[in-house]
Structure formats: C-alpha cells, structure tokens
Design a protein around this ligand. Structure first.
Ligand SMILES: [Zn+2]
Length: 438
C-alpha cells in the first residue's frame, strides 16, 4: 500500500472564493509588471493547477491521483483555513479598486491567451474552455465573496471520508486567531472534528498565514489547556509547513501574539520585545511574492520557533513538511551552510521522538543541483537510522502542479532513486506517524 502523507484536495467553491479575495491584493500593482513576471511555462503550470481546482471535486481529485499512481493508495489531504490570509474582502464597495482589478485582469488575460495559443491541439481547446470558466467565476464571485472557505472544506472532507473511510485520513486546519469566534474556542472546534471516529485524523498548521507557532491558543492558553497539550495527550498528529517558500499572508503589518524569529538577533524573541502593541511590520508586499513569503516564513515559521514548541511538548507528534523546501535541501545536499533550514529540521527529527519530516514538493532544482538520486545519495544515505525511520514520502498534489504536472513521473522518480527503501518512506513510516492499522 502506498501512503501519500501530504496532498491537497481543495474543491472549486473554495478556490474560487480565495482566488477572488487574493485578487484584491493586485490593487496596487502595475499591470505591465505582472505580464513581465510570468513566462509561458509558468502560465501553463498555473492553468493546470487551476484546472484541478475548478474542474474537480475532492472525490474526482482522489480518483485522478489513484489513476496516476496506478495503484490503490491512502491519501492524507490537508485542509487550510485561509480566513485571514489576505486583505479586506470588501471588494464590492471599492469602485476605484474594481477599476484597477479590471485593468489588471485584462492584462493577465492577454498574457494567458497568448500562452494558450502557443499550446497545440486538444490541450489548447481544453485550456481555452477552462479559461472562459475562470473569467466567469471572477464576475460571479463578487456576489458571494463572504462565503466561508472553512465550512466548505469541512463539508467536503466529511463527504469524502464517508465515501472512502479507510482510504483518506484528512487533517483539519484552523487559524488560532479565531478563538473568540467559536463558543468553545479553537480547541473546542478541534475536539469536535479531530480524533478517533472523527472525519479528521490530525491537524495542519500553516503559521506563515500570520500567527506564531507559540501563539497562546496553541502553546499556552491561560485557561490551562492549549492545542498542543491536547494533541500531545491524545497523540494527535500535526503537520506544519516548514520551508521558506510556498505561500503566506499578504498584509504589510499584522498583530502577532507569542514569539517570532528575529533575524538581527539570530534567535527567537517574544513579539512584545519588538513592539509593545504586538504589531509586526513587514518589508515586502505581494508584488515581491518570493521575498514576501520568505520574510513571513522566517519571522513566523523558523525551525528555532518549533524547537521552542518541542522543548515544552517533547512528545508532540509533528511532521515538518518539505524538509525546509527543495531549494534549502539542494543547498544542504551540496554541502552549503546556507541550507541551514534543512539542517535544523533534521536535528529536530533527531532530537525528538515523535518529530517527522516529509518529502512533498521535492522537485528537481537546477542550481545547486538536486534531484531524487542526488537526494538519496547525498542526504538520505548519510542519515542515522533514527532519522530514516521518520522520513515520509508525499506529493503536495495539486500544489505540485505549479512545478510538476505529471504525478506518475513524480512517484517513479522516488521509486527509482530509493529502490527497496521506498516502501519504508511511503508505507512503514507514514503508517507509524498516522498510527493506523492497515
Ligand atoms: Zn502542502
């Protein structure tokens, strides 16, 4: 049996909603700059990504994965609570903003159409079809912009779990800053949805969306029971994104409770020491996308912050996803000290009994070079057994579309590179992490 420990099966309702909200961030961007940023290859990957989000429901996405893998498999789809991921949703009241978005949309459309025309035959007409749908969604979406992605994802996964009870083990996600929105707080919501005989087998946290790994609700709630203490007591697995690329919130400033990693000090500090009112100011915005994400990941998701979590909860069952991300791993594999994020994660996995890491979105890197073979030879083979038994294979489908649209090729690259060790990372280790009997 194959276990994909890290994938995403977001449905179209949720994507359309977030797509629209995120588009609100384009208001300060010059359309010409947008067209300049994307190559045709980028546009085609993005279209494949959107195609999975727009065309298919969770069940169809699972079936697509199963067909690509060519075998029966267990999916661990991760939910993502995007409630506070972006700026004000009040798009429809902002006429000036709407004008700007129209101009930007026109500019993107031209670029995308050009890319579609560069494709051949059947693929071109499929993409064209999809593209018409996206435009339609953008117009329609304004009417139901306040519909919440959180409930939609819960409903989607409840239906999927009911249909495939022993083939999907979804992970629940909730933003700790929403504590006062629920009668029994964030922990109450988690207790309702996560655990034995519930829809969700574990918890997914994505702190670069704007909160600290030591946010009081997670780490040390004044009411005496925190999310981590409950998870540790009940041995509930948690997966956290742990790399400095990916996605982040897009605000230029936000309120953070708990600790941050502070680069000038090279250490973890309480947010209060940086600003009395807990306001964290950022240098980069949406237009410098890569720098924006990296900046927020460093402040809010650095492995040293997670070490602080594990010092207090040493038996926490936790997966540091992406092992720092493929670019960090590439540096580490090539002996560069700049691959410190990967180094830190490996030392957490070594030091703490229930700390794991996954290889999702581990696509090849040009420079310094990384592919699955190099990873196996230069990283995996040199690891002590203590770490090897806590490395898990995953795809990050359908985020993976952004770099690799062929899932079976992705799987086979690992099978070839790992040989007999593949079973260990794709079955034995994830089975132990999930604590399931199969
Ligand atoms: Zn992911």
């Amino acid at each position: 049996m194959l276990i994909d420990i890290h994938c995403h099966l977001f449905s179209k309702e949720m994507i359309a909603e977030e797509f629209l909200r995120i588009s609100n961030n384009f208001k300060d961007i010059n359309p010409e700059q947008i067209s300049k940023r994307f190559s045709n290859a980028d546009v085609i990957n993005v279209l494949q990504f959107i195609s999975h989000g727009m065309d298919d429901d969770c069940y169809e996405l699972y079936s697509h994965m199963k067909n690509s893998y060519g075998q029966d498999f267990i999916a661990v789809p991760l939910m993502l609570d995007l409630t506070y991921a972006s700026v004000s949703p009040f798009l429809e009241n902002d006429e000036e903003n709407e004008e700007k978005i129209k101009t930007i949309t026109r500019s993107i459309n031209e670029k995308v159409l050009k890319a579609i025309k560069s494709l051949s035959g059947a693929k071109s007409s499929k993409m064209l079809n999809l593209f018409e749908k996206i435009q339609f969604k953008l117009d329609l979406g304004k009417k139901n912009i306040f519909k919440d992605n959180y409930e939609i994802q819960i409903q989607d996964f409840e239906a999927l779990k009911e249909a495939l009870p022993d083939r999907v083990y979804p992970f629940f996600s909730i933003d700790p800053r929403r504590d006062s929105e629920f009668k029994h707080g964030v922990l109450g919501e988690i207790k309702k949805h996560v655990g034995k005989n519930k829809t969700f087998a574990g918890l997914k946290l994505y702190t670069a969306l704007g909160y600290s790994p030591t946010d009081p609700v997670l780490f040390d709630n004044s009411k005496g029971q925190s999310v981590y203490s409950w998870c540790q007591r009940h041995d509930i697995p948690i997966t956290v994104h742990c790399g400095y690329s990916g996605f982040s919130h897009t605000l230029k400033r936000n309120v953070v409770h708990g600790d941050i990693y502070y680069p000038p000090a090279g250490q973890v500090i309480p947010m209060k020491h940086l600003s009395e009112d807990n306001v964290l100011e950022y240098q980069y915005g949406i237009f410098d996308f890569d720098e924006m994400v990296k900046e927020r990941q460093i402040y809010l998701n650095h492995p040293k912050l997670w070490r602080k979590v594990l010092e207090k909860y040493p038996r926490l069952r936790i997966n540091f996803a992406h092992m720092g991300g493929n670019r960090q791993v590439a540096k580490y594999a090539n002996g560069l000290d700049t691959g410190y994020w990967t180094k830190e994660i490996l030392s957490l996995v070594y030091d703490y009994k229930n700390a794991y890491t996954d290889l999702s979105f581990m696509t090849p890197v040009e420079s310094p070079r990384l592919n699955q073979e190099i990873f196996y030879e230069k990283v995996y083979s040199n690891l002590p057994n203590k770490i090897k038994k806590k490395i898990m294979w995953g795809s990050d489908f359908f985020m993976l579309d952004l770099a690799e649209t062929d899932l079976s090729r992705y799987l086979n690259q690992f099978k070839t590179a790992f040989g007999k060790d593949f079973k260990r990372i794709s079955y034995e280790n994830p089975k132990r992490f999930l604590r399931i009997k199969i």
